[in-house]
Design a protein around this ligand. Structure first.
Ligand code: F6R
Length: 609
């Protein structure tokens, strides 16, 4: 959470910082601010509560001219959203300003110590210790002061610093919060994420933990924590800048929903090819290691966890290995049984989710091998895992995950088939048949997207409701969970997902006249049972909106409305069935006038536990 940017160059810094921050608003948007070294040598801070637009307005009223600066967009952790708690934070003299993404876990201790040393604090934030620490250690060298300050800090941070003491410079560092350096011509940038610099440069350094940056008139220099110079390969961004723009859609979420056929295809490309063994570029786990696996844990949060639930079905069915799916924040607190024959698959779009990282580190410390399924090249998860399977979803900007989810599903199926191929649990014919069915998914996803009007109508009939329920069995239950999460996060409607069979063990007590129930019934073997569940709720007055595969018209007499979805191999149906549910949530959110791309209280990347 929180996005940071920084610039050193010859151009006016203020618009560049705002532009960069606008691409990072998905990381937090409850306040924003900039610190600019103005042309007359002053360090001027402008910050305010609320969206970036408020900051922009303030800067229009009182422009600051300068060529060096840092900026921040905040998602509050310590201290409520307010102007005083927003970043940048400064030392008392106003000579050092910093922006920070992450959490300083020992800030109480540091704060007490600094207060005893005579420092005064204004905000409720953990961050405010940083400028005071730098001030304490400053002895003529800003980089060295930052190094000393970070040596005292526990927790996670990406920090950008500017100071009147060394006005022609930006220094920065990262540990467990992302930071990249954008490399321009006679100008350079720091940012939490690539989209913030993409309109200016495609060449970036992906920083690792405890790497420090100095940007000044001599360019960019990188250092390790001992102050030794380090060299780094330039990462050239190949994805299109348009991938991080709305491209004519009203919202990023709608654009990203429409990108799904393409990203499903991209994530399969070169991996799932007919008549060729499945080829997983960055996976080095051997056939012998796969054969020895006694247990797989799939660990993730939120939407990624829901992809993991589908992964369990797929891996157990195809590769016959026992799989447990865990919510990352719970995993490490239950003393899980892990040994060298345990594999952990971590699923994380951002690759920076703190709970997921902790679970991964625990598993590694106990000898498990880790495969990371992530969307962000160079993310912490990708660096720390033994093997990586990238989802090629491209940048996902809307806070509610859509295209990343379907690519995570594709990754889950690909891993399941890869393990089946190695373990010999499927014949070549069976493997080829599954691959063929998978390769049809992009086209089927296109078909669903043609059916938007029906879903929009359905949304307009239901958006006023306060509660909704999602029901499914088997893989459809996994889809129901994801559909329910989408609805609650972007429309603020209370919703729950239940396994159809579990209904009569309690939740049916909630059914009454007019209750909205959304059912998903794509699994042939469970179809009749699902229809029985539908009858159970309609008998109690519920209104049922069903999603069923084409051809199952008999469902019409049991429900109030049905939307048919193209038939696919039912193991892969979550990839297709989730799309109408995403669209449904989207339309409900729009009808309710909610902020689709930036729902309240949420942030795209949750880098705190
Ligand atoms: C929901 C959503 C979140 C994320 C979760 C994990 O739409 O986006 O539930 O899925 O915060 O994030 P990653 O995948 O980045 O670890």
């Amino acid at each position: 959470m929180c996005g940071i940017v920084g610039y050193y160059g010859k151009r006016e810094v203020s618009p560049l910082l705002i532009k960069g921050l606008s691409k990072l608003e998905y990381r937090g948007y409850d306040s924003a601010g900039v610190a600019i070294l103005s042309n007359d040598g002053d360090l001027t801070i402008t910050k305010c509560k609320g969206r970036l637009a408020n900051l922009e307005e303030k800067l229009e009223e009182n422009p600051i001219h300068g060529h060096v600066g840092i900026g921040h967009t905040r998602w509050a952790t310590h201290g409520q959203p307010s102007t005083v708690n927003s970043h940048p934070h400064s030392n008392e003299k106003g000579t050092i300003s910093i922006v920070h993404n992450g959490i300083i876990e020992n800030y109480i201790h540091l704060r007490e110590w600094l207060i005893a040393e005579g420092y005064k604090f204004n905000s409720e934030t953990d961050t405010e210790v940083i400028p005071h620490l730098i001030d304490y250690y400053y002895d003529g060298d800003l980089l060295s002061a930052l190094m000393h300050a970070t040596a005292k800090m526990e927790g996670s941070y990406a920090i950008g610093v500017v100071s009147t003491y060394e006005p022609d410079k930006v220094v920065a560092v990262r540990k467990d919060s992302p930071l990249i350096v954008g490399l321009g011509k006679e100008e350079n940038f720091i940012a939490s994420d690539i989209p913030a610099v993409l309109s200016e440069t495609r060449d970036v350094y992906l920083l690792k933990n405890n790497e420090f940056v100095v940007m000044d008139q001599d360019g960019v220099r990188l250092y390790d924590a001992e102050g030794r110079r380090i060299e780094k390969e330039i990462y050239h961004v190949t994805w299109d800048a348009d991938a991080a723009e709305k491209g004519g859609y009203e919202h990023f979420m709608m654009k990203e929903i429409h990108e799904q056929p393409k990203v499903i295809k991209d994530t399969m490309t070169s991996r799932i090819v007919l008549d060729q063994p499945i080829n997983l570029d960055n996976i080095t786990i051997s056939k012998e290691q796969i054969e020895k696996l006694s247990k797989i844990y799939i660990v993730a949060c939120g939407t990624a966890y829901h992809a993991g639930v589908v992964g369990k079905y797929a891996i157990e069915k195809l590769a016959r290995i026992s799989v447990e799916v865990d919510i990352a924040s719970e995993f490490k607190h239950r003393d899980p049984i892990i040994d060298e024959n345990t594999l952990m698959i971590v699923v994380s779009q951002s690759g920076e989710t703190a709970d997921t990282l902790s679970a991964m580190r625990l598993a590694k410390s106990r000898g498990a091998r880790v495969i990371a399924v992530t969307n962000v090249v160079g993310s912490t998860v990708s660096r720390e895992a033994d093997d990586i399977l990238y989802t090629w979803a491209g940048p996902e900007i809307a806070v509610a995950s859509t295209k990343a989810y379907v690519t995570q599903l594709i990754a889950m199926y690909t891993i399941a088939l890869y393990f089946a191929q190695n373990k010999g649990t499927l014949t070549t014919e069976q493997l080829e048949a599954y691959k063929k069915d998978m390769l049809e998914l992009p086209e089927k996803a296109e078909e669903v997207l043609k059916n938007k009007e029906e879903i929009q109508k359905f949304a307009s009939k239901t958006y006023m409701n306060k509660d909704m329920f999602f029901l499914g069995r088997g893989l459809d239950y996994a889809v129901a969970m994801e559909g329910s999460l989408k609805l609650k996060e972007i429309s603020y409607i209370h919703s729950e997902a239940y396994a159809g069979g579990e209904l009569k063990h309690g939740p049916i007590a909630l059914m009454e006249d007019g209750t909205i129930v959304i059912t998903i019934a794509t699994q042939e073997e469970l179809f009749d049972k699902m229809v029985s569940n539908i009858k159970e709720v309609t008998a109690r007055g519920a209104k049922v909106f069903a999603f069923a595969p084409e051809g199952h018209t008999e469902i019409e007499e049991a429900v109030n409305a049905v939307t048919y979805i193209p038939k696919v191999n039912e193991l892969f149906s979550p990839v297709i069935a989730i799309i109408p549910l995403q669209l449904f949530s989207y339309y409900v959110s729009v009808q309710k006038g909610c902020d689709v791309d930036k729902p309240r209280n949420l942030a795209k990347s949750v880098t705190v536990e």
